[in-house]
Design a protein around this ligand. Structure first.
Ligand SMILES: *Cc1c(COP(=O)(O)O)cnc(C)c1O
Length: 412
């Protein structure tokens, strides 16, 4: 039936190439969600000449859409940077930086308390590509300085360190690297652009990191339901290196995920403060508990690097300063691993799970001995448990901790 086929073909074509355009000028609180792998060009000349490396136009979904451009610009504002690439996870941000800047024979310095998978990347792919890495003591800038060699091309910084929460002298670390012409990359997931300004550490524009990598999975998402990362810079040439590697590796992000982060971003400051206040209340309360040998939270006096936190995160002038909603405790060494596991299993509101920054409080017991290259004299002996404080009632969380400690650590 040729007639019917013609009609079907015609209909199919008209639906694909439909000529209705909505009126321009639509304005709403949230930006539009533009989804594309393919981007349409008006003619061959435009296709040949369209620039993909900046935001002057569109070439392919991987290189950006209005939605991802808007998110990139807002993240630049959050962190005080000028250029941004979006990647599918925080770990991808770390990998993008390494693969953009390092080549065989180069060396990268990583703090001993770095985010664990960053060390795994160095032990795995980087080692396989002939790139060596050296772990340095994050609490001793002279150790960092001593480990820099002519092969050192990149220094990773983290403030505070993962899990053990030591706050380094970030300013001194950056000064040391800068004096030797070495690129610095900060894992800024904890600070999130809110606790301190990574590109302006001294407040007078004279000192900052070169690169800020951020796991948007945490506070920018805020929901525990999105994986994304960003790499932000203030130097166009450095950004272009990262962007070229980003393109060649194909590290695009899903637009629905970009939309989710855009939706959460306006409330990041309020959420960060709420997580901070609740975490400090609970961390201080945990300090009073007999089963707890040490509480690791940079805003608590006596926590490793507290004075550096105080100087950098706004508490030096007598205000409260800013911190993320994370802390760890060292459960006294007189308790067994089984008791610590029972404590974690007994928690009802705190759920067992990785990551942080979402509304639900989380807990993870860690086996620290396998995670650190050097001994940690600043840590009490015991078993480490890390808490991420969500947005539940602080009283309810405190009661939950109390009942789980009574169950697991009662000495009766
Ligand atoms: C979570 C986290 C990452 C990795 O982010 P993902 O999106 O989970 O890959 C990197 N660094 C730090 C400090 C983190 O907490």
């Amino acid at each position: 039936m040729p007639g019917m086929k013609d009609h079907d073909t015609d209909l199919a074509t008209r639906i694909v190439h439909h000529d209705y355009l909505p009126p321009v000028g639509f304005v709403a609180p949230q930006p539009g969600v533009y989804k594309a792998s393919t981007v349409i060009f008006p003619n061959v000349a435009a296709m040949r000449t369209r620039e993909w490396k900046d935001k002057s136009g569109y070439t392919y979904g991987l290189h950006g859409t209005p939605t991802t451009f808007i998110l990139e610009e807002r993240l630049c504002t959050l962190e005080g940077g000028l250029q941004c690439v979006l990647v599918p996870s925080g770990l991808a941000a770390i990998a993008n930086v390494a693969l953009a800047l390092l080549k065989p024979g180069d060396e990268v310095l990583i703090p001993d308390n770095a985010y664990g998978p960053s060390k795994d990347l160095a032990n795995g792919e980087l080692a396989r590509f002939g790139i060596t890495h050296v772990l340095y003591d994050p609490l001793d800038p002279t150790d960092l300085a001593a480990r820099i060699t002519p092969a050192t091309k990149l220094v990773w910084l983290e403030a505070p360190g993962s899990v053990t929460m030591e706050f380094p002298d970030l300013c001194e670390q950056v000064r040391i690297c800068r004096a030797r012409g070495i690129t610095t990359a900060l894992d800024n997931t904890w600070g999130a652009g809110l606790a301190f300004a990574p590109f302006d550490l001294t407040g007078d524009g004279s000192l900052g990191v070169d690169i800020s990598a951020h796991a948007l999975t945490k506070y920018p998402s805020g929901g525990g339901d999105v994986l994304m990362g960003s790499v932000i810079t203030r130097d166009l040439a450095l950004h272009m290196k990262i962007k070229l590697t980003h393109m060649r590796l194909g590290l695009g992000v899903g637009v629905n995920d970009a939309e989710a982060v855009l939706r959460s971003l306006p409330s990041i400051g309020l959420r960060y403060r709420a997580h901070d206040e609740a975490a400090r209340t609970l961390a201080q309360w945990m300090q009073q508990q007999p089963a707890i040998a040490q509480v690791l939270h940079p805003a608590l006096a006596g926590s490793p690097g507290h004075d550096h936190w105080k100087a950098l995160c706004g508490a030096a002038q007598g205000g409260p300063g800013a911190a993320a909603g994370l802390f760890s405790v060292m459960i006294d060494a007189r308790f067994t691993q089984d008791q610590v596991d029972l404590f974690c299993d007994s928690l009802r509101l705190f759920k067992l799970g990785y990551s942080w920054g979402g509304p639900m409080s989380l807990v993870v017991p860690y086996q620290l001995a396998s995670m650190r290259a050097r001994s940690s004299a600043h840590l009490q002996p015991g078993t480490l448990v890390r808490f991420s404080i969500g947005l539940e009632s602080v009283e309810d969380l405190q009661q939950d901790l109390q009942q789980a400690m009574e169950r697991a650590f009662s000495l009766a």
